[in-house]
Write a protein that binds this ligand. Structure first.
Ligand code: KIV
Ligand code: ZN
Length: 518
């Protein structure tokens, strides 16, 4: 049996379905290039038919990525497949990923289709997709709750129609490892011509078992895992790429499989996805959490000092923690700045953009003497946000905070180019700043989340603040970074309000109304 495990990353599609994680085209391209440096085999760039913006983003990723295969999702209908094929046209290697639900509950309540109609739609979709590319993946949505005999019939038929990868999703995160492994085993055993295709698994994390279920499927013969950076994704997320990859690498004795992943890129990629989506990484998250390799207890520290393997099963530098090194400082010049960002996969579109980012870098270097890769990534994210002609911008702020009094915030905002000074008191300095901003913008949004993370270590580190706002059913994440966390909070709030202002009209792949293949 083939000993190569294909890593299919869906951060830009399923990951983007996390509340407030919608990304701009430029952001998607930056993440796609980081995924390419990580050497993922397949990048699912989006759902091309969802909106003109999604189409353009898939197309841009298809244009920029040269090594990994670029994939677009498409429901099993002609319109979706044509749109996916069109968006993927510039790709060097392209895949169309078409899907339809096969469980009784989805077919009856959501699709309102008979099983035979679903079967026909699946066959038609795969045949049509094969007219555009030889690389066609078929997914049976909600395979976990589908009848095994029906699933076997559908898979047999789509293999005959030309599918090259068969994906078995646990769409609702319902399975447990023993059962998921058994399901994969039975499918591979029972479906005729199973050996002609790659079997794949796509697990959600509702019961916290996405990675365990994926690995169980691998042990039963799956040779592709669909996963996301930091485990981002619908509801509780998808299987986390870094956990799957490191499990397979660390337990070679069990899996005897290889991936193409350059694991030293994992931490950088995780940071970038977190900075762009506004989803912080919990400190105790495996592999990429700030504490993943730190030892607190004296006994552990003593053991590690005497012999590292006493308590460490992986080396921090193998996943890129050692790359968290000082890169630039106050005296670094513009060329060094540009060169380091190019190494990190970021290309300036113009000299003007470089000049703007370099000015921000100098400001930061005045406040913080050591500048790390994470600082540079955040700086670029902020420069891009500032250039996207946001209506609302923070000019300056001043906060007075004294024991025994309610803090007072004075904030100057530019709204459509006009400066407004506002002030408000609050329960703390951040509360006062938010109240001052609200007194001018009256967004009426509900604050769902406020979180602060250190981008790097040390008391002069930049604080990275995430603010999640909800209004009229829309959820957005705003991000701000600064060595002063009150200023970082104001930036994050302003960023979130700006995002609320940009309406996104897009279809959701698994909720949008279904039109059958004509
Ligand atoms: O969870 C799921 O079933 C999906 C499919 C579209 C593969 O995301
Ligand atoms: Zn999914």
């Amino acid at each position: 049996m083939n000993n190569q495990l294909i890593i299919f990353d869906t951060t830009l599609r399923d990951g983007e379905q996390s509340p407030g994680a919608a990304m701009t085209q430029d952001e998607k391209v930056r993440i796609a290039l980081a995924l390419q440096r990580l050497k993922v085999d397949v990048i699912e760039a989006g759902f091309a038919v969802a909106s003109p913006g999604d189409f353009a983003a898939v197309q841009a990723v298809a244009r920029e990525v040269t090594e990994s295969t670029v994939c677009s999702l498409a429901r099993a209908n002609a319109g979706d497949i044509h749109r996916a094929a069109e968006a993927l046209q510039p790709a060097r290697r392209k895949r169309i990923h078409t899907f339809i639900a096969t469980s009784p509950i989805h077919m009856e309540k959501k699709l309102r289709m008979q099983p035979e109609q679903v079967l026909e739609a699946a066959i038609g979709a795969v045949k049509l997709a094969r007219q555009f590319t030889d690389d066609v993946e078929f997914s049976a949505e909600d395979a976990v709750r589908s009848d095994l005999d029906f699933l076997c019939r559908v898979f047999e038929a789509v293999i005959k129609a030309g599918a090259t990868t068969i994906n078995v999703p646990d769409t609702v995160g319902y399975s447990i490892p023993a059962l998921w492994g058994e399901r994969m085993r039975q499918l591979i055993e029972r479906v005729p011509n199973a050996d002609r295709v790659i079997w794949s698994t796509h697990c959600h994390n509702d019961l916290g078992m996405a990675v365990a279920n994926s690995l169980a499927a691998v042990m039963s013969g799956a040779r592709q895992v669909e996963c996301t950076i930091n485990g981002l994704g619908e509801r509780a997320g998808n299987a986390s790429l870094e956990e799957v990859v490191m499990a397979v690498k660390t337990r070679q004795d069990v899996f005897q499989l290889q991936t193409a992943i350059d694991t030293t890129q994992i931490v950088a990629c995780s940071r970038l996805v977190s900075a762009i989506t506004g989803y912080p990484v919990q400190p105790n998250k495996a592999i990429v959490g700030a504490n993943a390799f730190s030892h607190e207890s004296g006994i552990h520290q003593d053991g590690v000092l005497k012999h590292r393997e006493t308590y460490e099963i992986m080396r921090a530098e193998d996943v890129g923690w050692a790359a968290n090194k000082l890169t630039l400082g106050k005296l670094s010049g513009r060329n060094a700045f540009r060169a380091r960002l190019e190494e990190l996969g970021y290309k300036f579109k113009s000299e003007g953009e470089l000049a703007e980012a370099f000015a921000r870098f100098k400001d930061l270097a005045d406040k913080k003497h050591e500048i790390f890769d994470e600082d540079l990534q955040m700086l670029v994210t902020q420069t891009e946000a500032a250039r996207s002609e946001e209506r609302l911008q923070l000019q300056w702020l001043e906060v007075t905070s004294k024991t025994g009094t309610r803090p007072l915030a004075k904030v100057a905002l530019s709204v459509d180019g006009e400066i407004h000074e506002v002030e408000a008191r609050g329960d703390g300095p951040v509360d006062a700043v938010f109240a001052a901003i609200e007194s001018r913008v009256s967004s009426g949004a509900k604050l769902l989340l406020y979180s602060v993370n250190n981008i790097t270590s040390g008391t002069d580190a930049q604080g990275e603040v995430t603010v999640r706002l909800a209004k009229d059913g829309r959820i957005v994440n705003g991000l701000g970074a600064d060595t002063d966390i009150v200023i970082a909070s104001a930036k994050a709030y302003v960023n979130a309000v700006n995002r609320l202002d940009v309406p996104i009209d897009r279809a959701h792949p698994q909720r949008a109304a279904y039109e059958a293949t004509p």
